[in-house]
Ligand binder design. Structure first.
Ligand code: MN
Length: 263
């Protein structure tokens, strides 16, 4: 590239920034543009595969088991589902057979476990019909939607966004993804969470108010879903606090156990 070319391109770019009136002539694309520093690509291991699953977005559904909706103070009738997101780099991968150290986060004094089935998408779209939705699922994992409950509740009480209660480092604990081609889809199956050997949460994914297929359909009305999106499908009742030293053991019929220790 000559000096003149670069000057011309820079000038064009500067003008394009300066005002809409100049935007009809697009700036010359600088195909050599490079990020000024590298950031990690977030991935989740896939059980039995060499490849890993790249994560695009993390969606979560709220209050998707009636008994949990009641304990959170809402009506468990079939209201439209609601969703929130966690940042992609909130993923904490946990290997099968390990007990991963999970740091107790800052600011909270009431840190809660929420055991959940997670669906991982290989494709997406908008306005996906529920009867086609499972075609977009690559596989499933067991996950923990870790929650700073005091911060979530405090913000909710003030009618402020409760992002700080849900979206923080390590808040999306997850085991390896298992291809649906091997596990099938999860319309039923016992799901549980024990803390230090005592069962706290104990339910069945058949008790979800909105099935995974329905969640995908509803989500796709609000967002264009794409390959790499994962969906935490909601937690059953009896969420509760953990403290440093606690060992959590999550189970879901059809997937390996998931375990972390709060440190
Ligand atoms: Mn949750």
């Amino acid at each position: 590239m000559t000096t003149l070319d670069r000057r011309t391109m820079l000038a064009t770019g500067a003008l394009a920034f300066a005002g809409a009136a100049t935007r009809s002539a697009p700036a010359a694309a600088d195909t050599a543009a490079k990020p000024i520093f590298a950031i990690d690509t977030i991935t989740i291991p896939i059980a039995g595969e060499q490849g890993v699953f790249p994560v695009r977005r993390i969606y979560c559904i709220g209050r998707n088991y009636a008994a949990h909706a009641i304990e959170r103070g809402s009506d468990p009738t079939r209201e439209p589902p609601f969703f929130f997101q966690k940042p992609t780099d909130a993923i904490q991968n946990v290997a099968i057979g390990s007990v991963a150290d999970h740091p107790y986060p800052s600011l909270t004094k009431n840190y809660h476990h929420e055991v959940e089935l997670v669906a991982a998408l290989k494709s997406g779209g908008t306005n996906i019909p529920a009867d086609k939705a499972l075609d977009h699922v690559y596989g499933y994992a067991l996950g923990l939607d870790m929650t700073r409950r005091d911060l979530q509740n405090g913000m909710a009480a003030e009618k402020k966004p409760w992002e700080i209660g849900k979206s923080f480092d390590h808040a999306a604990v997850i085991g390896p993804i298992h291809p649906a081609s091997k596990t099938g889809h999860f319309d039923k199956g016992a799901i549980s969470l024990a803390v230090n050997g005592t069962i706290r949460q104990n339910s069945d994914v058949s008790k979800m108010i909105w099935s995974v297929a329905e969640q995908i359909a509803k989500l796709s009305e609000a967002f264009e879903l794409k390959a790499g999106d994962i969906i935490y499908s909601g937690t059953p009742e009896n969420v509760g606090p953990v403290v440093k030293g606690d060992v959590l053991l999550a189970k879901l019929d059809g997937l390996p156990d998931l375990s972390i220790k709060i440190v």
